[in-house]
Design a protein. Structure first.
Length: 225
């Protein structure tokens, strides 16, 4: 299965952030999956799904792409284990939509928990099976949430990685909740899965200067470990 890791980022992200993520990915990328770093033009609206939609279109038409499986990794998200990507590829090969759990708390959508674009993996076959949904936010969900809705509608298996802990509260809140009875998360969340333990770390809100510093510190600690 020809697989890629794709990180999308805006021009306002400091080059040091891109470089640090790249180094952490390289350290934990045991199978040497190609890591594509895609700088997006600054959008007129804050909807990163536009560039993800374009990438999926290009993957069908550009002979230099043509990946059978895609792992999307937000620029402020990194693996924390050398088992993370290989585990994802195994689940993807089984037809799963797999990755970090998230909830759109700004939308009234019945506590819908979805596979977030901070770290999400799927095969092209699965993407086509669920109707090639948009990665753009909609009235019922945030960026990439349509993939989970469509997977649910088509009976596609979904594996959501749950937050174990977080470093700091979001601005003005104690935390971000998932659905009732599920864990909460916040700035600098570590996600785990039973099979390998700690799997990924998502900083969130990397555009804020203090958070870029937090992310840099996390990456440097991982590189030194």
């Amino acid at each position: 299965m020809r697989t890629c890791i794709a990180s999308f980022f805006m021009p306002n992200i400091h080059p040091a952030t891109v470089e640090l993520q790249s180094r952490v990915v390289e350290k934990f990328n045991k199978s040497k999956i190609p890591h594509l770093k895609i700088q997006c033009p600054m959008p007129k609206v804050d909807n990163p799904g536009v560039e993800m939609d374009e990438f999926m279109r290009m993957n069908e038409s550009d002979p230099n792409l043509k990946y059978d499986a895609i792992i999307i990794l937000d620029i402020d998200c990194v693996p924390v284990s050398d088992k993370t990507f290989d585990y994802m590829v195994e689940k993807i090969s089984q037809g799963y939509l797999v990755g970090n759990a998230q909830r759109s708390n700004h939308i009234q959508n019945n506590e819908h928990v979805f596979c977030a674009p901070s770290l999400i993996g799927f095969s092209l076959e699965t993407y086509n099976k669920i109707g090639r949904p948009t990665f753009q936010s909609t009235q019922r969900g945030d960026a990439a949430e349509e993939l989970t809705y469509k997977a649910e509608e088509h009976g596609v298996p979904i594996e959501l990685w749950m937050p174990a802990r977080f470093d700091a509260s979001p601005p003005g809140l104690d935390n971000w909740p998932l659905a009732t009875g599920m864990p909460v998360y916040g700035i600098g969340t570590t996600f785990t899965i039973p099979e390998i333990g700690e799997a990924s770390y998502h900083n969130f809100m990397i555009r804020l200067p203090g958070n870029q510093k937090r992310f840099a510190s996390k990456c440097e600690a991982l590189l030194a470990s």
